[in-house]
Write a protein that binds this ligand. Structure first.
Ligand SMILES: Cc1ncc(COP(=O)(O)O)c(C=O)c1O
Length: 349
């Protein structure tokens, strides 16, 4: 389908002012799974879906999603960041929820075609904005009892976005430890099921009432160890040149975190560890804290609310520390093609 030429002019948006909101773009990719096989799939224009009222996705949350970004590089290329990891994670989620896997080729074609077809909506280089890509997989079709759907839709849509947290590219955020549990140890916390998020809306609201940006979850079993934030993993620069991230069977394995751990090790020469982190026992050792994810990128955390008080970190909780600044720069420079991609992480669309 030849919807667009590479020279189509950009949309007239105030790219620098974009927040993290849905903006309708021209095309989305849709494929359907029926009678044991996937359709070819292709681009469509309508952002509305008509699905059966009995669809398991809307009753029993048999659905999942992914999130990744495309960026315009300095030389004009459009770069994706480690998209195959999103394909693999979607299939891990699909398996856990008894949904059919989306073949890697179909996933990649869906992402590539949607990005290419919406070229006028891809934020230009240097604006601080990017194109957020949202693949989703949902169980559809007539159903009543609790059982897997017989049919599925895989869809990819995109939206130009700015920073997830209000403020500039690298603004300091705060988190509040919540008394709500996000995920059970043997539940679905380690996959990207939509059902993990509805239960967290209340935790986020309560955190925001305390003046924090987001909720910070402890492990549901002991409520002693750090799990993650509502939509981001946690990173800790600890005393003694150590760089630590919480290990837990109930958190989403973040593509961003996996990459930053490598940068901390290989580029900053820090001693990296993925291990359980006892929050109250270790909090005095935290020099710098950050939340990370596709949407959050790397967001320094200035302070955390625990047991009715704030614990500030670097620069009394208002400044970005040197370790997180360096890691943010390294990651975003690779993502925007501003430094050599020594790890082979970017894919040109
Ligand atoms: C609960 C949760 N944790 C962590 C992340 C970060 O993962 P990634 O870096 O793969 O975007 C996300 C966002 O995708 C998330 O929703």
């Amino acid at each position: 389908m030849n919807h667009i030429s590479i020279n189509t002019p950009k949309k007239d948006l105030l790219w620098q002012n974009l927040g993290f909101e849905y903006i309708r773009t021209d095309f989305r990719f849709v494929a359907q799974f029926k009678d044991g096989k996937w359709s070819e799939g292709g681009l469509i224009e309508s952002e509305n879906m008509e699905i059966h009222e009995g669809s398991p996705a809307i009753h029993y949350a048999q659905q999942c999603f992914e999130g990744l970004k495309a960026q315009t590089a300095k030389d004009g290329r459009i770069l994706l960041f480690r998209p195959r990891l999103n394909s693999e994670r979607m299939n891990q989620t699909a398996k856990r929820l008894l949904m059919p896997e989306v073949p890697k080729d179909l996933f990649m074609r869906g992402v590539f075609e949607t990005v290419r077809a919406n070229q006028p909506w891809i934020p230009p280089y240097g604006t601080g904005a990017s194109l957020y890509i949202r693949p989703l997989l949902i169980g559809i079709g007539e159903n009543l009892g609790l059982r897997p759907a017989k049919r599925y839709e895989f869809r990819v849509f995109v939206s130009p976005v700015g920073p997830y947290y209000k403020g500039s590219g690298l603004s300091v955020i705060s988190l509040a430890v919540t008394d709500i549990d996000r995920a059970a140890p043997l539940g679905t916390g380690n996959v990207k099921a939509g059902s993990n998020y509805a239960g967290g809306l209340l935790a986020t609201r309560k955190a925001q009432e305390l003046g924090a940006n987001e909720a910070l979850y402890l492990d549901a079993k002991t409520r002693v160890y750090l799990d993650e934030a509502g939509s981001a993993n946690i990173l800790l620069a600890m005393k003694g040149n150590r760089f630590v991230t919480p290990q837990s069977e109930a958190i989403l394995p973040s593509v961003t975190r996996k990459s930053i751990m490598i940068l901390a090790d290989k580029e900053l020469g820090m001693k990296t560890e993925e291990r359980p982190v006892n929050l109250l026992k270790e909090i005095d050792e935290f020099e710098e804290v950050a939340a990370c994810g596709t949407a959050a990128v790397l967001s320094p955390v200035g302070k955390i609310w625990v047991n009715d008080r704030w614990y500030p970190f670097y620069g009394n909780g208002v400044k970005v520390g040197p370790v997180m600044q360096k890691l943010y720069d390294l990651l975003t420079q690779i993502q925007k093609g501003e430094r050599p991609d020594n790890f082979g992480w970017t894919v040109s669309v």
